[in-house]
Ligand binder design. Structure first.
Ligand code: FEO
Ligand code: CA
Ligand code: CA
Length: 666
């Protein structure tokens, strides 16, 4: 198979894109990513920005004949090896099973799903999780104590862990807070201590027991034993090479082994041993005064991660000195990690695993290599940052969960190099190897873990268009990596297009397929595009795996992804309110067979919201979707959305079922 669209055609389109301004809504930028686009991308390295690589790439791929890729798909997946289902998925002849009538882009304040489907609310910000004391939600009487016992704000990642027929745990990340939508008359110049403390408790993660009733669908279980809140103050400990390092020590934790809380938890992943690995993304925004850090080496590392000089937007440093880098220069090093916890044990201590590196972690996707080692795929979601992989030292033992829960404590971190001929290599980030010398600031592996971005710069990794979710196909083993967008690609003074990021001012994003060379632990891989997103009716630069573009639904800013049991890819978006001036949505696209690339919109969300995450129930009769920050960009007094109850906007998890109870997508 050859590509029917030549991405080199994209190059003249540079003049069609109007500005290099951040195009996401200003409030989204402010609270979600801490205005990343408003300051220069912190990656000033010179890695990989060959101007005309796209042309070379396409011509070489035609010579290589990439039809071989489909036949070469792996048979190693999330649970190890797949049998008949894999063969069926690889035959290319099976139907996708997707027969729903697509919905259209919309801008009204209602959830829209295809005919024959219905959406319902499962849980909202502020809903109580515990019985005693009662913590019913009253937006005008909110306290930090109540919030610590309620569902948090801005539900992002969703995980589904079946416990028994019709019983499961729902995992939800609470990525960030929108105080102007949480507090009436919020004064961003003078937040109160009570407001700041409510926000600290509104961050983190919720574990919620849910039950399926025969007729009423899913309900969450108030007071269930498994229910748990992890917040911005929950104690946790460090593992791995950087634990206890002098740069990890603070006045409150002279050991460098313990920390309070997890912040800006974006996406996550469920490991094969049933733990959750949740990811700290835009942690820089909670800290102030990097310009006053006395140690210039520390200040430079903080700058590489985007820590601001002066006051932070949130101003938490006024009430909690650990967020003031001038007073606690090391506290910033204690965020930006992958956090593992056991959802089956509400009393367990979460652990921040330093071996997996420190960057703006988007998500984790964990699979088992042929030799039993655990392999974790991860993205660093900022413009021109990198795709990573971790390979554990130890081996997965299906009969020893306790041992598996230590696999993330030691291993090798790699960063991806995408070559322009459709091949790629995982470059090891190991102190003492190549440029990672003491002279370059890496005397031990601890420094590699703390300053991972700089290590990746030095080894020559490929600078990507904001790596968001990365997931492994459960049947084929192909790795799907989402690049959400990058408005600065190819603009003045910024890296130009390259083979894996072929569109200048990439406003709509793209999805890459990574095909490991025989095993997830292999040193090399091949890669190709599944999608280059946008509206084909208006944008010649789109690509949908060769499928007839006149039939597909327009899509922009893909963010999180999951697979249904038939192997179709489902995508949630974060950015269409700006790029299309329409609401974000959920899409489904087959990745194999005759409908490969046939992208169809399944759901339209509400104004100001992103569809932050999506996950299927164990039998695919329910799709859970998180509706994050409805009405973002407005205020509580003048909200653009009244989702979900026609009153104050509240982030919520919804679930969608067929009215006849059938499989989602059919
Ligand atoms: Fe929180 Fe990268 O999305
Ligand atoms: Ca995301
Ligand atoms: Ca997002």
């Amino acid at each position: 198979m050859t590509l029917d669209h030549d991405p080199s055609d994209l190059l003249p389109l540079v003049d069609d894109y109007r500005s290099n301004q951040c195009f996401v809504h200003p409030q989204t930028c402010r609270w979600s990513c801490g205005n990343q686009c408003a300051h220069p991308a912190p990656n000033e390295s010179r890695n990989d920005y060959f101007g005309d690589v796209a042309r070379r790439y396409i011509s070489r791929r035609r010579l290589l004949g990439f039809g071989a890729l489909a036949a070469g798909m792996l048979v190693v997946g999330r649970q190890g090896v797949f049998g008949a289902e894999t063969a069926r998925a690889q035959s290319g002849g099976s139907s996708s099973g997707l027969t729903f009538t697509p919905v259209r882009l919309d801008d009204t304040d209602r959830i829209i799903v295809p005919p024959g489907y219905k959406s319902e609310i499962l849980i909202r910000w502020g809903d109580p999780l515990f019985l005693e004391p009662a913590t019913g939600f009253d937006i005008d009487a909110q306290t930090a104590e109540k919030q610590a016992r309620q569902f948090g704000y801005n539900c992002d990642y969703l995980g589904f862990i079946p416990l028994a027929p019709n019983r499961a745990l729902l995992i939800a990340n609470h990525e960030y807070t929108n105080p102007e939508l949480m507090f009436r008359g919020y004064d961003d110049k003078n937040p109160t201590k009570e407001q700041v403390d409510v926000e600290l408790q509104a961050h983190g993660v919720s574990v919620v027991h849910i039950e399926r009733h025969p007729t009423r669908g899913w309900r969450y279980t108030l007071g269930a034993w498994h229910n748990r809140r992890i917040t911005g103050t929950t104690p946790m400990r460090f593992t791995g090479p950087a634990a206890g390092h002098p740069w990890m020590r603070t006045s409150e934790d002279p050991s460098g082994y313990t920390v309070l809380g997890t912040l800006n938890n974006c996406a996550a992943g469920i490991t094969p041993w049933g733990t959750v690995m949740t990811c700290e993304e835009n942690f820089h925004q909670y800290f102030a005064n990097n310009d006053k850090v006395a140690d210039k080496e520390k200040q430079a590392v903080h700058k590489r991660y985007g820590f601001p000089g002066g006051a932070s937007e949130r101003k938490w440093e006024r009430y909690h000195k650990r967020f003031d880098l001038a007073q606690e220069p090391n506290e910033g090093f204690r965020f930006g990690w992958v956090v593992e916890f056991d959802p089956l044990d509400p009393g367990s201590l979460p652990r921040k695993h330093t071996a997996l590196g420190r960057f703006k972690h988007e998500a984790t996707s964990t699979v088992i290599a042929k030799d039993g080692r655990a392999v974790v795929y991860m993205g660093d979601d900022e413009r021109f940052e990198y795709v990573y992989r971790f390979v554990s030292d130890g081996r997965y033992d299906p009969n020893n969960r306790e041992a598996n829960m230590r696999l993330m404590e030691s291993g090798t971190l790699f960063v991806a190099k995408f070559n322009d001929d459709g091949t790629g290599r995982w470059l090891p980030l190991v102190a003492g190897q190549g440029p990672l010398t003491a002279a370059n600031g890496f005397p031990t592996q601890a420094e590699v873990c703390i300053n991972t971005r700089r290590a990746a710069d030095l080894v020559g990794a490929t600078r990507m268009d904001r790596p968001e979710d990365i997931e492994v196909h459960p049947q084929s083993g192909v790795v799907y990596a989402v690049m959400t967008n990058n408005s600065q690609r190819g603009t003045s003074g910024k890296p130009g297009v390259d083979a894996a990021n072929p569109r200048p001012q990439n406003r709509h994003g793209h999805i890459i397929e990574i095909i490991p060379d025989g095993d997830h632990a292999a040193a090399t891989f091949r890669w190709r595009f599944l999608m280059i997103c946008g509206d084909p009716a208006k944008d010649k630069g789109t690509y949908f795996a060769g499928f007839d573009q006149s039939l597909v639904s327009p899509i922009s800013s893909p963010d999180n992804i999951t697979f249904d049991r038939r192997g179709n890819l489902w995508i949630s978006t974060d950015g269409q309110t700006s790029s299309f001036k329409k609401n974000d949505g959920v899409y489904a696209v087959p990745v194999s067979g005759p409908e490969r690339g046939y992208n169809r919109q399944f759901l339209s969300a509400v104004p100001g919201a992103e569809c932050a995450s999506l996950i299927f129930s164990d039998n695919d009769d329910t799709l859970f979707v998180s509706i994050q920050h409805p009405a973002e960009g407005t205020t509580l007094e003048n909200a653009s959305s009244r989702f979900p109850d026609g009153k104050e906007p509240r982030p919520a998890v919804i679930f969608i079922r067929k009215e006849d109870g059938g499989t989602i997508g059919s």
